[in-house]
Design a protein around this ligand. Structure first.
Ligand SMILES: [Zn+2]
Length: 331
C-alpha cells in the first residue's frame, strides 16, 4: 500500500482548493481529484462553514437563557462586580440615566456579566447554565449548535496575551495562566488588538480548518481589553488567589482556581483605569489583593512551591548599553 502524501513538497497542507477536478488527487492515489478527495473535502468545508455560522447564533441563545434565570442573577452580579454596581441599574432603560449608559442590559458590561454567568457560575445543581442547556431537550438548537454547546461546556473566563496578529484574519492568544496557544478567528479583534495586550474573555471552539490539529476559537460576547503593561500584574494577582485557594486545597491548579473564582479576573479589570497606563495603580491592585487575602510574600511563595523571596530588593535601572545581550543567537 502506497503511503499517502499528506503534505506538499514545502511541508504545508495541500491546497486542494486550487486543484482542478481532473488533476491527479493530492493524496497520491493516482485517481483524478474529482473521483477521489473532492467530495470528502467539499463536505468538510460545508461542515466547517456551518459550525462557524452556528457559533454566531448559539451565543445569543445562551445569553437569552441566562436572562431567564432571574433568581440567581443578583447574587452572581455582586460576585462579578464586587458590589461596584447596583444590580437594579441593569434593569433600567438607557433613557433617563443621564449621560451614564454604562450598565444597561444592552451594554457590553451587561453582556460580559451574562456571558460569565452562563459559562462560569454554578447553578444550584452544581452545573453551569451551559452544562444544563447542553443536556436540555427543551433548549432548541440545530445539530451544529448542539455539537458546539457540548464543546463549550469546559469554557471559562480566562486571561490571554496577544501573541501574534494576522491583520484582517485573526490573532494568536496565549493563555496567561497555562501558556496554551489558541488560534482565534476574529476580524474585528485582529484590527482592534495590539501585540502584548491582554484580553480577558471566553474563547469558544468552533470549526476546525482542514489539516489543522486544533479547532479555531472565537471570542464569545464582549471581552475586556487591557494595555500591554498589565499582563505580569494580572498573573501576580491571580497567583495570590491560587495561593489563597491552596490554603484549603493544597493541590489546587489554575483550572481549579478558574473553576471556583474566575470573577477575580473581572475584579482586576474593573480596578484598572479606563485607558491610561498607571504602573503604581497596577502594583496597588496586587498589594491590596495581598492585604485582603491576608497573605505575605513569604506565604505566597510557600503556597506556590517557590523559594522565599529575597528581602526588599533595591532595583537599579541598568544603563541601556550595559544590558547583557542574552537574546542574541549565534549564527
Ligand atoms: Zn485522494
Amino acid at each position: 500500500m502506497a503511503k499517502p502524501q499528506k503534505q506538499s513538497a514545502d511541508g504545508s497542507a495541500p491546497k486542494s482548493g486550487k486543484l482542478g477536478r481532473n488533476d491527479p488527487c493530492h493524496c497520491g492515489s493516482g485517481k483524478k481529484y474529482k473521483d477521489c478527495h473532492l467530495l470528502i473535502e467539499q463536505v468538510a468545508r460545508t461542515e466547517q462553514l456551518r459550525l462557524r455560522q452556528a457559533q454566531d447564533t448559539l451565543l445569543p441563545r445562551i445569553i437569552e437563557a441566562a436572562q431567564a434565570v432571574p433568581d440567581l442573577l443578583p447574587a452572581a452580579f455582586d460576585r462579578f462586580w464586587q458590589g461596584k454596581y447596583a444590580f437594579e441599574r441593569m434593569q433600567e432603560t438607557p433613557t433617563g440615566l443621564g449621560g451614564d449608559r454604562s450598565l444597561t442590559w444592552e451594554d457590553r458590561g451587561a453582556e460580559r456579566f451574562l456571558t460569565w454567568f452562563a459559562f462560569d457560575v454554578r447553578q444550584p445543581d452544581g452545573r453551569t447554565l451551559v452544562d444544563q442547556l447542553a443536556d436540555s431537550e427543551s433548549f432548541e438548537v440545530d445539530p451544529y449548535e448542539r455539537q458546539l454547546i457540548a464543546a463549550w461546556q469546559p469554557v471559562r473566563l480566562r486571561p490571554y496575551l496577544v501573541e501574534s496578529i494576522k491583520k484582517g484574519r485573526g490573532v494568536t492568544l496565549r493563555d496567561l495562566l497555562t501558556n496554551d496557544m489558541r488560534q482565534v478567528a476574529d476580524y474585528g479583534a485582529s484590527k482592534r488588538l495590539a501585540l502584548g495586550e491582554v484580553v480577558v474573555g471566553h474563547l469558544v471552539p468552533a470549526d476546525t480548518a482542514p489539516g489543522a490539529e486544533a479547532p479555531t476559537y472565537y471570542l464569545a460576547g464582549a471581552a475586556a481589553q487591557l494595555t500591554d503593561d498589565t499582563a505580569q500584574k494580572l498573573v501576580e494577582y491571580a497567583e495570590l488567589h491560587l495561593a489563597d485557594l491552596r490554603r484549603t486545597t493544597p493541590e489546587a491548579t489554575w483550572a481549579d482556581l478558574i473553576d471556583e473564582r474566575s470573577e477575580l479576573l473581572n475584579h482586576f479589570v474593573t480596578a484598572l483605569p479606563t485607558e491610561a497606563r498607571d504602573p503604581s495603580l497596577l502594583q496597588r491592585i496586587v498589594s491590596d489583593g495581598q492585604i485582603a487575602l491576608k497573605l505575605t510574600a513569604e506565604s505566597v511563595a510557600s503556597l506556590l512551591g517557590r523559594p522565599a523571596p529575597a528581602p526588599a530588593p533595591v532595583t537599579v535601572e541598568p544603563e541601556a548599553d550595559t544590558l547583557p545581550s542574552v537574546d542574541e543567537e549565534q549564527p
